[in-house]
Write a protein that binds this ligand. Structure first.
Ligand code: HEC
Length: 133
């Protein structure tokens, strides 16, 4: 009897997880930008896929949209502001994502992401900076 209950529980859990994955539709606001004026198709860029996956796995899209301003500046706006793809900019912005805070774009603060590694934060930034238009 115990085994049967356990099996039913496992099946229910599997079903729940499966549903979560299939129902995870991407809202229009997160529609992927695949091109920019300077570089053409950016999906071929080695930093693109790694970065977008990490951004999707984290909470970034609760406040940021890719190309429209929302609670926070859009990722395209951020890319347009910094333009550069230099290591120092990547490190600076990765540090800002980890520590959070406000003052650059307005009074609303970004929550800290203290458990994010520097490498993962930098990979996210490299993807964001590709979005400049
Ligand atoms: C709770 C809302 C929120 C979440 C979640 C969030 N951000 Fe932000 N983010 C903001 C706000 C607000 C700003 C503007 C802060 C400012 O004015 O200094 C910002 C600014 C930024 C900037 C620009 C920083 C600068 O110095 O110009 C980057 C890059 C960024 N966020 C990336 C991310 C990434 C990557 C994630 C996910 C790991 C993320 N954000 C999650 C709200 C958020």
């Amino acid at each position: 009897m115990k085994e049967i209950i356990l099996m039913i529980c496992c099946a229910a859990l599997l079903l729940a997880c499966g549903n979560k994955i299939t129902s995870k539709r991407m809202p229009a606001s997160q529609r992927v930008i695949t091109e920019n004026k300077a570089q053409g198709n950016i999906t071929d860029h080695p930093d693109y896929n790694t970065g977008i996956q990490l951004v999707r796995q984290s909470d970034c899209f609760t406040c940021h949209k890719i190309s429209e301003a929302f609670v926070a500046p859009s990722f395209t706006e951020v890319a347009n502001k910094y333009r550069s793809y230099s290591d120092s900019i990547v490190r600076h912005l990765a540090g800002r994502v980890i520590t959070g805070g406000s003052g650059v774009w307005g009074i609303l603060p970004m929550t800290p992401h203290a458990d994010l590694s520097k490498d993962d934060a930098a990979a996210m930034i490299r993807y964001i900076l590709l979005l400049k238009q």
